[in-house]
Design a binder for this molecule. Structure first.
Ligand SMILES: [Mn+2]
Length: 471
């Protein structure tokens, strides 16, 4: 009985009351703690190798009340209060979670990967990011789906609601709902999301910023790209381009052009009843960004950004470039979820429904770990409250004092002020068995260490709560 109560407290600590209620009477609610403890993720490992735990976690994942939507809502509820009054970017993207070959397909996982020969699911998170500081604030929404192999209608004939591309508009609508308290919301997404309905049907309380991929018709009779080429250059700026696969870091000199455009409703590309419901044109602003004097052998940058923001001066255009560049945070987040941190693609689960819940839980935990990794590199930045609840602070301070008490040198004291996320990251890393030295002699704490530390922290937190209740 004690164990069950303990697990509920754990779920409450991590997800808030909603999940606690969801899991009422079930044993497996400590799964988040299990996830962060054992990032290499098969169920047996997750449960610490104990058969009882294995059943508990499996039952939790297969409990009909536990759904991706419910888990997503619980995470979004915490983000909702954190974004109040802030200028927020809602960055959305899709990642394929590839689990294996024919065996996996046979078990009911839909097609993923090139040619669709592999099996897996799709993950589509919407991350809330502070537009000014670039800090990750939390999860606004998470969608997970298993591709339907049975769909008989050809893609072009499917109603809008059944198209996979609907994910962009759904994500935008969820951002509009869950981030409603923000001072301003800008939904940012890549070229794949350049769809007319995303502009035409966006909720009024959000702006969109999308990289254009199609050379649309404008109401003035021009093509979008020709129009962009004809705009006068309004200024230049130099940016640092970080390293990416196969490309080294470099500086790029960018020329900016901008102006209003009115895009025409496409005549093809979606079923006619859906098309007719959309307005015939949408007014937007275009920011054209192209690299000048690119080094030899390097493909020059050329981005055409479409936005609902009004862009009337160089500063506003530059801000859109800055917003779009913050999209790399979601790539970073996917890396944490797939490689060093959680290894979700190594999961050996045979039922798609259970796996989708599991993936949602891992995706929620990976946001916290990504926040702590970023705090490590930007210690003066983010407040503690962006990743922890107010009642975490006294406990974190107590654990910190305990570590510092045994520290033989100044170097092993927490160098960060207690209101910063970096302060918590230092403690969580110590709990994850990090030595306490930045740089030499040991490496900085990575995702695996932080995940491990977070699990230990949650265990300590349950213990502290139970102790308080007993007294
Ligand atoms: Mn993408």
């Amino acid at each position: 009985m004690q164990a069950i109560r303990c697990t509920h407290l754990g779920a409450e600590a991590v997800f808030g009351w909603r999940v606690r209620r969801l899991a009422a009477g079930k044993k497996g609610a400590w799964c988040h703690a299990a996830l962060v403890a054992h990032p290499g993720s098969c169920i047996l490992e997750l449960s610490g190798g104990q058969r009882r735990g294995e059943i508990g976690f499996g039952r939790f994942l297969r409990n009909p009340a536990v759904t991706v939507a419910a888990l997503s809502a619980a995470a979004a509820e915490r983000t909702a209060t954190r974004v109040a009054g802030r200028d927020i970017l809602a960055i959305q993207d899709t990642s394929e979670i590839v689990l294996g070959g024919p065996k996996v397909r046979k078990a009911g996982f839909g097609p993923v990967g090139r040619g669709g020969f592999l099996g897996g699911v799709l993950l589509h998170p919407v991350l809330a990011v502070d537009a000014i500081s670039g800090e990750l604030v939390g999860l606004a929404d998470i969608a997970v789906w298993n591709r339907d192999t049975q769909n008989e209608l050809h893609h072009a004939k499917r109603p809008l609601e059944q198209k996979e591309s609907r994910k962009w508009l759904n994500g935008t609508r969820r951002a509009s709902d869950t981030l409603g308290k923000a001072g301003r919301i800008t939904v940012v997404s890549d070229r794949e999301s350049d769809l007319y309905e995303d502009f035409a049907l966006k909720p009024v309380n959000v702006h969109v910023l999308i990289r254009a991929s199609s050379n649309r018709n404008l109401v003035n009779g021009c093509k979008l790209f020709d129009h962009a080429d004809g705009l006068p250059e309004m200024g230049r700026m130099t940016v640092n381009i970080p390293v990416s696969p196969g490309k080294s870091a470099r500086q790029a000199r960018l020329a900016l052009r901008f102006g209003p455009v009115t895009i025409k409703r496409p005549e093809r590309g979606m079923p006619s009843p859906d098309l007719k419901r959309l307005p015939q044109a949408v007014g937007l602003h275009l920011v054209d960004i192209r690299e000048v004097d690119a080094p030899k052998g390097v493909e020059p940058i050329h981005w055409r950004l479409l936005t609902s923001h009004i862009i009337e001066d160089f500063g506003a255009a530059r801000l859109m470039l800055d917003f779009y560049r913050k999209r790399w945070i979601i790539e970073d987040y996917f890396r944490t979820l797939k490689s060093a941190g959680f290894k979700v693609e190594d999961a050996r689960m045979t039922d798609p429904a259970g796996f989708m819940n599991f993936l949602a839980l891992a995706a929620i935990a990976a946001v916290t770990v990504t926040q702590m990794l970023r705090a490590r590199n930007n210690p003066s930045g983010q407040p503690l409250g962006d990743a922890f609840d107010p009642d975490d602070k006294p406990l974190l301070i107590a654990i910190c004092k305990d570590y510092e008490g045994e520290a033989p040198t100044e170097r092993q004291k927490n160098p960060h002020p207690p209101d910063t996320l970096a302060f918590a990251s230092w403690i969580i890393a110590r709990l994850g068995a990090w030595t306490g030295y930045y740089g030499k002699p040991g490496p900085a704490p990575g995702p695996a260490t932080l995940s491990r530390g977070l699990r230990r922290y949650h265990e300590i937190k349950y213990g502290a709560r139970i102790a308080t209740e007993i007294v």
